[in-house]
Design a protein around this ligand. Sequence first.
Ligand SMILES: Nc1ncnc2c1ncn2[C@@H]1O[C@H](COP(=O)(O)OP(=O)(O)OP(=O)(O)O)[C@@H](O)[C@H]1O
Length: 391
Amino acid sequence: MTATQETTGPGTPEVSGAEIVLEDVVKRYPGQQHAAVDSLSLTIPAGEIVMFVGPSGCGKTTSLKMINRLIEPTSGSIRINGQDVRERSATDLRRHVGYVIQGGSLFPHMSVATNIAIVPKLLGWDDAKVTARVDELLDLVGLDPAKYRDRYPRELSGGQQQRVGVARGLAADPPVILMDEPFGAVDPITRQRLQDELLSIQRELRKTIVIVTHDIDEAIKLGDKIVILREGAHVAQYDTPENVLAAPADDFVSDFVGSGSTLKQLSLTRVRALDLRTPTTAKVGESTAEVKARAEANGDRAVVVLDERGRPLGWPWLRQLRGDTIVEPTEDLIDLDEAATLNDALDTMLTNRHGAAVVTGARDQYLGVVDFASVTEHMRMLEEQAGSAEQ
Ligand SMILES: Nc1ncnc2c1ncn2[C@@H]1O[C@H](COP(=O)(O)OP(=O)(O)OP(=O)(O)O)[C@@H](O)[C@H]1O
């Protein structure tokens, strides 16, 4: 049985990604004394997220762009699913490799739908198929198609533009997605949400995703594996986030990973690993009196309101429930994806009146609530484990 089959249980989607193999890849820019990328060899497994991190100028972007031939290597080979990228036509590469960059880099004079449809149109898909695909992707990245497909980039927030950028990268359903600092241009809360959404999308799609970032916390959070590069794209360490934190290969890596590694441990645990509380829920349109009675019987002072598709809309206190039936809450709910880290969970809880956060799974389905008590309990367990490991 292969590793891929082992992880493919019922309910786990098949890997749709492709393996990428870089072998002795060199890039020397004209006039450069040292090569920007000096003999990089690396295997990126199918269906995994691999993060490229390292100091500025170490060759991350150059390495990434050689995979889709935006930059031609000086020597060496790059193979996707066994086939050398130099043997592929430009159209073939576009179909197999999606590309997402900071800010989404949308064309300002094109609508959201036209931006997303660029590659499918180049590939000659018919109009009906393109339209269906655009709507499917908007839904996947959490934007209501009816509301957003005809908007222009300037009518979107930074986070929404980035979501459209991700949708565009996924448009032709490529097995490989390359992302260069994809979440660098947005505020921290939006960045956390976009990261969570990417993890949620990846649970469904299982692509091979290579991401360049300068942010080690982002690398720890998103990566199945992290490549830490030093100047000339020399690999300092290539391992899982757990191993990089627990056993940095050398001083360069430990300096790069930085202090506060106990706190970083909180980035290794996902919210889904905790026991979630399940407070009373209510559906829009239900009788307010019945919902209140149910909540009081459960000892709850607030209820999570869900829409008809089971997505959370708000978390009002009972005293805020007025009128005969439950209506859609007006306040924006900041929820957490189950793939969010405990670090993110703490951030979200600190800004929440309930001192807890609503957790969602695939396609924003409501799962329950995480609170301080469960995070503290988990931290206590980590400390106990660390203590017993030292004895
Ligand atoms: N077009 C170019 N011509 C000449 N030198 C270049 C070119 N592009 C990049 N370089 C040099 O190659 C080296 C690697 O650059 P690259 O952009 O790949 O690094 P990086 O790790 O992505 O950096 P950053 O994190 O700052 O974006 C740097 O020394 C850079 O100055």
